[in-house]
Ligand binder design. Structure first.
Ligand SMILES: [Zn+2]
Ligand SMILES: [Zn+2]
Length: 343
């Protein structure tokens, strides 16, 4: 039996944190259930899930649908697309049976690449290696979610690029239902050509990007910052939203508790932003402290209680224990540069 290998490569960067990643987890569950009900898919399709943030992981290697166990996807900082493409190449070389003189081998794998951001590593060498691999590895279908995507990158990587306006739960749900039916259709009409013209018909809100590739915005639509709670000493993630006011500012949007091992250094340093463009930080998700400061000694951002520290006359950095003096009431500080997270 010739297998149809399907690789789902998912961007699990910080911008996917919360609702989007929860929805992807639910959607994968539904996708598997619907593939299980389809005799063609059950017979032909093999599935792999690769995720990428600061690092890329083959979360599930290429597996027969009937034995596939849904993993739990987690969001983390970074968008290491190059590392993901290299891992994809290695996995395809290892897992897909090539055609030989006597055997037909597997069908050409199809790849769905789901991303909502801009790469934080170098991706071109990995793409060149992937493209040079023989037999030709795959049709790549890229799905760009939201407005922060670098379409110039996807244009080079993908055979077909789709665009969804936002990575909302509803949109992600529709996207996975569409992918699921495309996989079923390709399983039935297995060919070397991947998705047929009919399969390329996407639900409302998800469209094929033609020759006109939109430019990425000058200012990212969202910014992420890391914080440490001064009360509980636990890490959290803050999300700020761009508002086109004046030269563009960022308003507090949400904050999330994150696991202790959430923040990993992927080697990428995002550009700094002036504190003048940050209207405020979201409150701490652990203790609801609304004040926030950045330690001038170790650079850690942390929540603090303004009233309490005003009484004491100082705040203590939860990371390096530095005692930072409170500014006298009413005195405005100089603007300073802030380093967001890799996003
Ligand atoms: Zn706190
Ligand atoms: Zn410090």
């Amino acid at each position: 039996m010739r297998r149809l290998p399907v690789y789902i490569v998912v961007d699990t960067s910080e911008s996917m944190f919360g609702e989007p990643i929860d929805q992807i987890n639910r959607s994968l569950d539904l996708m598997l259930a619907s593939l299980h009900r389809n005799p063609y898919a059950l017979e032909t399709a093999w599935l792999s899930i690769i995720t990428f943030d600061s690092i890329a992981r083959a979360l599930v290697p290429l597996t027969d649908i009937s034995e596939f166990k849904i993993p739990e996807l987690k969001a983390r900082p970074g968008t290491a697309l190059g590392t993901a493409l290299e891992l994809l190449r290695v996995q395809i070389a290892k897992e897909v049976e090539p055609a030989t003189e006597t055997e037909k081998g597997d069908w050409r794998p199809i790849v769905f690449l789901l991303t909502d951001g801009q790469p934080t590593d170098s991706w071109r060498p990995a793409l060149e290696k992937l493209r040079a691999q023989r037999p030709k590895p795959a049709n790549i279908y890229a799905i760009a979610c939201g407005s922060a995507v670098d379409f110039d990158v996807l244009k080079e990587i993908a055979d077909v690029t789709f665009r969804a306006s936002e990575a909302t739960p509803d949109m992600l749900s529709k996207l996975f239902i569409w992918m699921s039916s495309a996989i079923q259709s390709v399983s039935k009409n297995a060919s070397q050509n991947g998705l047929s013209a009919d399969d390329l018909k996407t639900p409302d809100g998800i469209e094929i990007v033609g020759d006109e590739y939109p430019d990425p915005p000058e200012d990212p639509p969202q910014l992420f910052f890391h914080g440490v709670c001064a009360t509980t000493r636990k890490p959290y993630l803050m999300r700020l939203k761009y508002v086109p006011y004046g030269s563009g500012v960022y308003f507090p949007d949400a904050s999330f508790p994150v696991p202790d091992d959430f923040f990993i250094d992927g080697g990428y340093t995002p550009p700094e932003i002036s504190s003048e463009r940050i209207v405020a930080m979201p409150p701490c998700p652990y203790c609801s402290n609304e004040d926030w400061c950045s330690c001038p000694r170790c650079g850690t951002g942390f929540c603090f209680n303004h009233e309490k520290s005003h009484e004491q006359g100082f705040v203590v950095c939860p990371e390096c224990e530095a005692r930072l003096l409170e500014r006298p009431e009413g005195e405005e500080g100089e603007p300073f540069s802030m380093r967001p997270s890799a996003g």
